[in-house]
Design a protein around this ligand. Structure first.
Ligand code: ADP
Ligand code: MG
Length: 257
């Protein structure tokens, strides 16, 4: 079973960037098999990782989805499980040091959550092949209520230094409790904090009372901003860049096995 790290939080706070950097960290520091999962239907983790995306689970034909969803074998055809394995193998994109699975959107009029239902059903099975799984989720809490991320070892809630962002993290944190999700550890990462605002952010967090032990800050970093500006991946980020160094320290501190 892989060690699963999931990202959650308000849109535009840096989830995809940090998920990408986590993949880079694991590839550099652990050198074991990593599966990156883009569970955001507005897929862009592949861009952050510098990988071309040729197929997504969402692009499974409805027919296959129906078979897989029902769990019943298609008469005379492959079993639902064989079909799923085949489709996943087809969708897995192999990159340098890691694999990427993009959930995407289903084609046709099918339910958008079909892809998520599938991943929920089979993540455990899939994760046997990897030491780590890094899940980049969409903004909001839908993925939690749909339980796409049912077994998570480390949940990183990402916020920007705003009241809205911290409140969103607080809601995610409570929802995870209400849904009794199987989450090993949680941390709140406040991203894009400038040294001038640092004290205000600390005050905001204590005022809002987010009951999380691990709270970290990451600096606003022009190097990261420039990545998106020119369309480079996180692997192009200089190893001494401010945010990378700070985030690697966070991951070291969280002592991921
Ligand atoms: N620490 C940072 N410093 C500067 N820019 C950042 C930082 N973290 C993220 N960004 C930028 O913020 C934008 C949103 O980041 P992204 O990772 O796509 O957020 P999300 O996945 O949460 O929507 C991107 O343009 C990204 O380059
Ligand atoms: Mg994103």
């Amino acid at each position: 079973m892989s060690y699963t790290i999931a990202f959650s939080g308000k849109g535009g706070t840096g989830k995809t960037t940090l998920a990408g950097l986590t993949v880079r960290y694991l590839v550099e520091k652990r050198g074991k098999a990593v599966l990156a999962v883009d569970a955001d239907s507005n897929a862009c983790l592949n861009e952050a990782l510098g990988v071309e995306c040729h197929a997504t689970i969402g692009s499974f034909r409805e027919e296959s989805l129906d078979t897989i969803r029902s769990g019943k074998d298609r008469p005379g055809g492959m079993s639902a499980e064989q079909l799923f394995d085949y489709k996943v193998q087809e969708s897995i994109i192999e990159a340098k040091g890691f694999d990427l699975l993009v959930m995407g959107r289903p084609e046709g009029p099918g339910c958008y959550c079909a892809a998520n239902n599938i991943i929920r059903k089979y993540t455990d099975k899939l994760s046997d092949d990897y030491s780590y799984a890094v899940l980049d989720n969409e903004a909001g809490m839908e993925h939690l209520s749909r339980r796409t991320t049912h077994k998570v070892d480390l949940l990183l809630m990402v916020s920007d230094p705003t009241k809205k962002g911290i409140l969103a993290s607080k809601r995610i944190n409570s929802l995870a409790d209400e849904l009794k999700l199987d989450i090993g550890r949680r941390a709140l990462v406040v991203n894009r904090v400038s040294s001038i605002d640092f004290d205000d952010v600390k005050k905001l967090i204590s005022d809002i009372e987010v009951p999380i032990d691990n709270v970290y800050n990451l600096p606003d970093d022009r190097d990261i901003f420039r990545l998106d500006l020119v369309g480079n991946s996180v692997f192009a980020l200089p190893p001494d860049s401010k945010a990378l160094t700070a985030f690697y320290n966070v991951l070291d501190d969280l002592s991921i096995p």
